[in-house]
Design a protein around this ligand. Sequence first.
Ligand code: URA
Length: 230
Amino acid sequence: MRLNRYLARAGVASRRGADDLIRSGRVRVNGERGELHTIVDVGDTVEVDGRRVEPEQTALLLLHKPRGVVTTVSDPQGRRTVVDLVPDEPHVVPVGRLDRGTTGALLLTNDGELAHRLAHPSFGVEKTYLVDVDGVPGDEVLRRLEEGVDLDDGRTAPARVRRLGASRLELTLHEGRNRQVRRMCEAVGHPVRRLHRSGYAGLALTGLAPGAWRALTRDEAAALRRRVGL
Ligand code: URA
């Protein structure tokens, strides 16, 4: 990342303040004078006035997304976003997305590579949904959801489906296509009434009210990183 961003993220100064520090020659990277265009990589040593600046720690937050909030960093229509619900610093972004009407587990992180891998289909991270549908789906419908449903972007991969009530199902998917659960249920004739993601990569929302968040523990963060080969 650019040197001014590195300094801002480490809490040394604002980006503009960091530019001033760099221009004034007070910043060194691996012993050399840092410039505005200098890029900092993992393992580089950054010093300001001869004092080492530690890189910002990775932030990994689990948010209980409430209904009505959009999963984006900024919304042109000015609606409330998931980023409005967590601290400004460090600057985190959502991993994948939940529809505006969907509630539940959403991760946010400042680690771009981790976010990319978690959202990438090749890693098949597990997502569990509680789904209230219209009507009472029969066993045949459950079997279709389990084996794969033909959608306009192709057949869905095998899923785990449990019946929790007459019109309530638990679906566990390893894919994360756009509006996938809604489209799957619609395709089998039982449109979704309410959708809640109860689990993401083994993380549950236990004790978190809608709108609340917590930082992952060190062990949870390490397990998540391992899960995607980092
Ligand atoms: N599937 C959906 O249809 N919507 C979501 O928000 C998440 C999964």
